[in-house]
Write a protein that binds this ligand. Structure first.
Ligand code: PEP
Ligand code: MN
Length: 263
Protein backbone atom coordinates (compact mmCIF):
# COMPACT_ATOMS: atom_id res chain seq x y z
CA UNK A 1 0.00 0.00 0.00
CA UNK A 2 3.11 2.17 -0.02
CA UNK A 3 3.59 5.05 -2.39
CA UNK A 4 6.85 3.37 -3.33
CA UNK A 5 4.68 0.69 -4.93
CA UNK A 6 2.28 2.96 -6.75
CA UNK A 7 2.80 6.42 -8.16
CA UNK A 8 -0.23 8.67 -7.80
CA UNK A 9 -3.25 8.16 -5.59
CA UNK A 10 -5.76 5.33 -5.65
CA UNK A 11 -9.42 5.94 -6.25
CA UNK A 12 -12.24 3.53 -5.57
CA UNK A 13 -15.29 3.41 -7.78
CA UNK A 14 -18.40 2.06 -6.04
CA UNK A 15 -20.52 2.48 -9.17
CA UNK A 16 -23.44 4.82 -9.91
CA UNK A 17 -21.09 7.81 -9.83
CA UNK A 18 -19.83 7.18 -6.29
CA UNK A 19 -16.04 7.52 -6.26
CA UNK A 20 -13.84 7.59 -3.15
CA UNK A 21 -10.41 9.23 -3.08
CA UNK A 22 -8.46 12.02 -4.77
CA UNK A 23 -10.67 14.82 -6.04
CA UNK A 24 -13.82 13.62 -4.27
CA UNK A 25 -15.20 14.47 -0.86
CA UNK A 26 -16.76 11.27 0.46
CA UNK A 27 -19.36 11.63 3.17
CA UNK A 28 -20.54 8.47 4.90
CA UNK A 29 -23.21 8.99 7.54
CA UNK A 30 -25.74 6.97 9.48
CA UNK A 31 -26.43 5.48 12.86
CA UNK A 32 -23.99 3.54 14.97
CA UNK A 33 -26.42 0.59 14.84
CA UNK A 34 -29.16 -0.33 12.42
CA UNK A 35 -32.26 -0.55 14.63
CA UNK A 36 -35.45 -0.72 12.55
CA UNK A 37 -37.01 -0.32 9.11
CA UNK A 38 -38.36 3.06 10.15
CA UNK A 39 -34.94 4.30 11.26
CA UNK A 40 -33.40 3.17 7.97
CA UNK A 41 -36.13 4.99 6.00
CA UNK A 42 -35.67 8.22 7.96
CA UNK A 43 -31.89 8.08 7.61
CA UNK A 44 -32.00 7.40 3.88
CA UNK A 45 -34.35 10.33 3.37
CA UNK A 46 -32.00 12.56 5.36
CA UNK A 47 -29.04 11.45 3.25
CA UNK A 48 -30.94 11.91 -0.02
CA UNK A 49 -32.00 15.41 1.04
CA UNK A 50 -28.30 16.23 1.45
CA UNK A 51 -26.98 14.33 -1.57
CA UNK A 52 -24.96 11.94 0.59
CA UNK A 53 -24.37 8.72 -1.32
CA UNK A 54 -23.01 6.35 1.34
CA UNK A 55 -24.78 5.20 4.52
CA UNK A 56 -22.95 3.73 7.48
CA UNK A 57 -24.47 1.50 10.16
CA UNK A 58 -23.61 -1.60 12.14
CA UNK A 59 -25.54 -4.85 12.20
CA UNK A 60 -22.79 -6.77 14.00
CA UNK A 61 -21.73 -4.54 16.89
CA UNK A 62 -18.56 -5.06 18.93
CA UNK A 63 -19.73 -3.93 22.37
CA UNK A 64 -17.62 -3.69 25.52
CA UNK A 65 -20.43 -5.27 27.54
CA UNK A 66 -22.00 -8.52 26.34
CA UNK A 67 -25.32 -7.24 27.71
CA UNK A 68 -25.40 -4.18 25.44
CA UNK A 69 -27.28 -4.16 22.09
CA UNK A 70 -25.20 -6.22 19.69
CA UNK A 71 -26.97 -5.47 16.43
CA UNK A 72 -29.72 -6.88 14.23
CA UNK A 73 -27.43 -9.21 12.31
CA UNK A 74 -27.95 -10.19 8.69
CA UNK A 75 -31.72 -9.66 8.92
CA UNK A 76 -31.04 -6.00 9.69
CA UNK A 77 -28.61 -5.81 6.80
CA UNK A 78 -31.21 -7.25 4.41
CA UNK A 79 -33.94 -4.80 5.35
CA UNK A 80 -31.43 -1.96 5.12
CA UNK A 81 -30.13 -3.11 1.72
CA UNK A 82 -33.64 -3.35 0.26
CA UNK A 83 -34.31 0.29 1.04
CA UNK A 84 -30.81 1.58 0.28
CA UNK A 85 -30.75 -0.01 -3.14
CA UNK A 86 -34.07 1.64 -4.00
CA UNK A 87 -32.68 4.97 -2.79
CA UNK A 88 -29.43 4.61 -4.78
CA UNK A 89 -27.34 4.80 -1.61
CA UNK A 90 -24.30 2.61 -0.92
CA UNK A 91 -23.79 0.60 2.27
CA UNK A 92 -20.70 0.48 4.48
CA UNK A 93 -20.96 -1.88 7.44
CA UNK A 94 -18.70 -3.78 9.81
CA UNK A 95 -17.77 -7.41 9.35
CA UNK A 96 -16.49 -9.02 12.55
CA UNK A 97 -15.52 -12.52 11.53
CA UNK A 98 -14.65 -14.62 8.50
CA UNK A 99 -17.94 -16.57 8.49
CA UNK A 100 -19.92 -13.33 8.10
CA UNK A 101 -18.26 -12.35 4.82
CA UNK A 102 -20.28 -14.75 2.69
CA UNK A 103 -23.63 -14.04 4.37
CA UNK A 104 -23.11 -10.28 4.09
CA UNK A 105 -21.56 -10.23 0.64
CA UNK A 106 -24.64 -9.57 -1.52
CA UNK A 107 -25.82 -6.68 0.66
CA UNK A 108 -22.62 -4.72 1.21
CA UNK A 109 -20.81 -2.11 -0.90
CA UNK A 110 -17.87 -1.58 1.48
CA UNK A 111 -16.83 -3.95 4.26
CA UNK A 112 -15.68 -2.11 7.38
CA UNK A 113 -13.05 -3.64 9.62
CA UNK A 114 -13.56 -2.17 13.07
CA UNK A 115 -10.89 -0.93 15.47
CA UNK A 116 -11.17 -4.10 17.54
CA UNK A 117 -10.47 -6.26 14.51
CA UNK A 118 -7.69 -4.30 12.81
CA UNK A 119 -5.27 -7.08 13.69
CA UNK A 120 -7.62 -9.99 13.10
CA UNK A 121 -5.22 -11.31 10.49
CA UNK A 122 -7.42 -14.22 9.41
CA UNK A 123 -10.24 -11.80 8.68
CA UNK A 124 -7.86 -9.56 6.72
CA UNK A 125 -6.55 -12.54 4.71
CA UNK A 126 -10.11 -13.51 3.76
CA UNK A 127 -11.07 -9.94 2.84
CA UNK A 128 -8.03 -9.99 0.59
CA UNK A 129 -9.77 -12.65 -1.48
CA UNK A 130 -13.00 -10.66 -1.84
CA UNK A 131 -13.71 -8.37 -4.80
CA UNK A 132 -15.45 -5.68 -2.76
CA UNK A 133 -13.87 -2.61 -1.13
CA UNK A 134 -12.67 -2.77 2.46
CA UNK A 135 -12.24 0.13 4.90
CA UNK A 136 -9.82 -0.63 7.72
CA UNK A 137 -10.03 1.38 10.90
CA UNK A 138 -6.99 2.09 13.01
CA UNK A 139 -6.75 -0.13 16.08
CA UNK A 140 -7.78 1.28 19.45
CA UNK A 141 -4.14 1.36 20.52
CA UNK A 142 -2.71 0.79 17.08
CA UNK A 143 0.18 2.63 15.52
CA UNK A 144 0.10 4.11 12.04
CA UNK A 145 2.56 1.45 10.91
CA UNK A 146 0.30 -1.30 12.26
CA UNK A 147 -2.66 0.12 10.33
CA UNK A 148 -0.59 0.13 7.15
CA UNK A 149 0.50 -3.47 7.74
CA UNK A 150 -3.15 -4.45 8.25
CA UNK A 151 -3.99 -2.89 4.90
CA UNK A 152 -0.99 -4.71 3.46
CA UNK A 153 -2.55 -8.06 4.47
CA UNK A 154 -5.63 -7.34 2.34
CA UNK A 155 -3.69 -5.77 -0.53
CA UNK A 156 -1.06 -8.50 -0.75
CA UNK A 157 -3.76 -11.20 -0.78
CA UNK A 158 -5.18 -9.61 -3.93
CA UNK A 159 -7.77 -7.02 -2.93
CA UNK A 160 -6.49 -3.54 -3.79
CA UNK A 161 -9.84 -1.83 -3.11
CA UNK A 162 -8.90 -0.33 0.22
CA UNK A 163 -9.63 2.70 2.38
CA UNK A 164 -7.76 3.65 5.56
CA UNK A 165 -9.67 5.18 8.48
CA UNK A 166 -8.34 7.21 11.40
CA UNK A 167 -10.86 6.91 14.26
CA UNK A 168 -8.92 8.13 17.28
CA UNK A 169 -6.65 6.20 19.61
CA UNK A 170 -6.65 5.43 23.31
CA UNK A 171 -4.36 7.72 25.27
CA UNK A 172 -4.06 8.87 28.90
CA UNK A 173 -6.51 11.70 28.12
CA UNK A 174 -9.91 11.22 29.75
CA UNK A 175 -11.66 14.41 28.61
CA UNK A 176 -12.66 12.72 25.35
CA UNK A 177 -13.54 9.13 24.49
CA UNK A 178 -10.51 8.78 22.24
CA UNK A 179 -7.79 11.13 21.03
CA UNK A 180 -8.31 11.97 17.38
CA UNK A 181 -4.90 11.70 15.78
CA UNK A 182 -5.00 14.46 13.21
CA UNK A 183 -1.29 13.83 12.62
CA UNK A 184 -2.12 10.44 11.19
CA UNK A 185 -3.93 11.90 8.19
CA UNK A 186 -1.04 13.67 6.43
CA UNK A 187 1.32 10.88 7.50
CA UNK A 188 -0.91 8.15 6.05
CA UNK A 189 -1.31 10.11 2.85
CA UNK A 190 2.44 10.57 2.58
CA UNK A 191 3.14 6.88 3.19
CA UNK A 192 0.27 5.32 1.23
CA UNK A 193 -1.56 5.86 -2.05
CA UNK A 194 -4.84 4.69 -0.48
CA UNK A 195 -7.75 7.06 0.30
CA UNK A 196 -7.89 8.18 3.94
CA UNK A 197 -11.18 8.72 5.74
CA UNK A 198 -11.64 10.22 9.22
CA UNK A 199 -14.21 9.24 11.86
CA UNK A 200 -14.70 12.23 14.18
CA UNK A 201 -17.62 10.56 16.02
CA UNK A 202 -15.45 7.85 17.56
CA UNK A 203 -12.44 10.17 17.40
CA UNK A 204 -13.73 12.49 20.09
CA UNK A 205 -16.90 10.74 21.25
CA UNK A 206 -18.70 13.96 22.21
CA UNK A 207 -21.61 15.12 20.07
CA UNK A 208 -20.97 18.89 20.39
CA UNK A 209 -17.38 18.53 19.19
CA UNK A 210 -17.86 16.21 16.24
CA UNK A 211 -18.17 19.14 13.83
CA UNK A 212 -14.91 20.98 14.65
CA UNK A 213 -12.97 17.71 14.61
CA UNK A 214 -14.54 16.70 11.29
CA UNK A 215 -13.55 20.03 9.76
CA UNK A 216 -10.03 19.74 11.18
CA UNK A 217 -9.52 16.30 9.64
CA UNK A 218 -10.75 17.58 6.30
CA UNK A 219 -8.28 20.47 6.48
CA UNK A 220 -5.56 17.94 7.30
CA UNK A 221 -6.23 16.17 4.02
CA UNK A 222 -8.87 13.50 4.68
CA UNK A 223 -10.59 12.22 1.53
CA UNK A 224 -13.79 11.62 3.43
CA UNK A 225 -15.61 11.76 6.72
CA UNK A 226 -17.61 8.96 8.32
CA UNK A 227 -19.85 9.98 11.23
CA UNK A 228 -22.88 8.94 13.23
CA UNK A 229 -26.33 10.47 12.86
CA UNK A 230 -29.75 9.38 14.13
CA UNK A 231 -33.26 10.81 14.10
CA UNK A 232 -33.21 10.83 17.92
CA UNK A 233 -29.66 10.41 19.21
CA UNK A 234 -30.77 10.25 22.85
CA UNK A 235 -32.76 7.11 21.96
CA UNK A 236 -30.03 5.46 19.87
CA UNK A 237 -29.25 1.84 20.75
CA UNK A 238 -25.52 2.63 20.80
CA UNK A 239 -23.17 5.64 20.81
CA UNK A 240 -25.96 8.22 21.21
CA UNK A 241 -23.59 10.51 23.15
CA UNK A 242 -21.51 11.09 20.01
CA UNK A 243 -24.35 10.99 17.46
CA UNK A 244 -25.61 14.06 15.60
CA UNK A 245 -29.31 14.67 15.06
CA UNK A 246 -30.39 15.35 11.48
CA UNK A 247 -30.27 19.14 11.84
CA UNK A 248 -26.70 18.97 13.16
CA UNK A 249 -25.83 16.50 10.43
CA UNK A 250 -27.21 18.81 7.73
CA UNK A 251 -25.19 21.71 9.13
CA UNK A 252 -22.05 19.57 9.15
CA UNK A 253 -22.53 18.42 5.55
CA UNK A 254 -22.90 22.02 4.40
CA UNK A 255 -19.73 23.06 6.21
CA UNK A 256 -17.79 20.07 4.89
CA UNK A 257 -18.80 20.88 1.32
CA UNK A 258 -17.98 24.55 1.72
CA UNK A 259 -14.59 23.77 3.31
CA UNK A 260 -13.76 21.23 0.62
CA UNK A 261 -14.23 23.77 -2.17
CA UNK A 262 -11.49 25.91 -0.59
CA UNK A 263 -8.98 23.04 -0.47
C1 PEP B 1 -18.47 1.95 14.61
O1 PEP B 1 -18.12 2.42 13.52
O2 PEP B 1 -19.63 2.05 15.08
C2 PEP B 1 -17.42 1.33 15.44
C3 PEP B 1 -17.71 0.33 16.29
O3 PEP B 1 -16.23 1.91 15.26
P1 PEP B 1 -14.77 1.51 15.83
O4 PEP B 1 -14.49 0.15 15.28
O5 PEP B 1 -13.90 2.58 15.27
O6 PEP B 1 -14.85 1.55 17.33
MN1 MN C 1 -20.39 3.64 16.97
Amino acid sequence: VSRKWKVGRSQLNLGDGVVIGEGNLSIMAGPCSIESEEQVALTLQHLKDNEVRIMRGGVFKPRSSPYAFRGMGVEGLKLWHKQAKAAGIKIITEVMQVSQIAEMYDYVDVFQVGARNTQNFNLLDELGRVDKPVMIKRGISGTIEELLYSAEYVFSAGNEKLILCERGIRTYEKASRNTMDINAIPILKEKSHLPVVADPSHGIGIREFVEPVALATLMAGADGIIYETHQQPEKAASDGQQTLDFAESTALIQKLKKTYTFL
